[in-house]
Design a protein around this ligand. Structure first.
Ligand SMILES: C[S@@+](CC[C@H](N)C(=O)[O-])C[C@H]1O[C@@H](n2cnc3c(N)ncnc32)[C@H](O)[C@@H]1O
Length: 235
């Protein structure tokens, strides 16, 4: 359906390496009159940093804030308010490119804008290289073979839930680790998975670090970190 107003783009910018952008993402990022990006804190947006070298310098920029771990009641009003700043430009007929780390529809903050704006404005989503794909490659470990089941788990889940999911899968990615690191590490010891598990932070960036789980300082685990448990090689 054709709507009036500007067009909304949700663009995946990949996990960190500026060369892991698609050609389509690059074209749209360079040509958009308005660039929007999210930050969970007041610090620089990671998505903007990834593409900064490609920006022409004459675009309108909109920084919107979506704090992490909001309670659902508070989240709705925050998302509604932050969406308004972007809608102003769409209503005025200006296309808006929203930058998203990794892929926009894989735990991406863009989805909150999509649900609020896509019924009213023409919207296009450009997939990106997700951290789910980038981390095993950066670690150099084949992840899944043949009929393997892969399970993606937010570390924020209760320990019992993580345990039951880990026991019924061949391979797993554990995301959003941060302050949940010790709980996950202890569980992996209990389940006998510690030797298969690999830890990586800020994959594909110049600050990438790969550590054995027992070497990680639990108080210094960044949000952009992941634990990968590859399948067991059977060939
Ligand atoms: C809100 S999700 C966003 C995922 C993103 N849309 C994607 O496709 O990669 C954030 C989580 O993704 C993971 N993540 C994103 N980028 C990463 C990176 N460069 N290195 C390690 N983990 C990363 C972390 O587990 C982090 O807690």
């Amino acid at each position: 359906m054709n709507h009036s107003g500007g067009r909304l783009y949700g663009i995946g910018v990949g996990p960190g390496d500026p060369e892991l952008l698609t050609l389509k993402a690059l074209r749209l990022i360079r040509s958009a009159p308005v660039l929007a990006y999210q930050s969970a804190t007041d610090k620089e947006s990671i998505a903007r940093k990834i593409v900064s070298q490609y920006l022409p310098g004459d675009q309108i920029e909109v920084l919107y804030h979506l704090p992490r771990a909001l309670e659902p009641e508070k989240a709705t009003s925050v998302y509604n308010k932050e969406t308004e700043a972007i809608e102003v430009h769409l209503a005025a007929g200006r296309d808006v490119v929203v930058l998203c780390e990794g892929d926009p529809f894989f735990y991406g903050s863009f989805m909150y804008l999509f649900t609020r704006l896509s019924h009213q404005y023409d919207t296009e989503v450009v997939p990106g290289v997700s951290s789910l794909m980038a981390c095993p490659v950066a670690l150099g470990i084949p992840f899944t073979y043949y009929n393997d089941i892969l399970t993606v788990l937010p570390a924020t889940l209760p320990k019992e839930v993580l345990a039951s999911k880990l026991l019924s899968t061949d391979a797993a990615a554990i995301m959003k680790i941060g302050r949940h690191f010790s709980k996950v590490r202890d569980l992996l010891h209990e389940l006998g998975l510690i030797d298969r598990a690999k830890y990586i932070e800020r994959a594909t960036t110049t600050q990438q670090r790969i550590l054995a789980l027992d070497e990680v300082d639990p108080d210094a685990v960044p949000y952009f970190s992941m634990i990968i448990i590859p399948t067991q090689q059977r060939l």
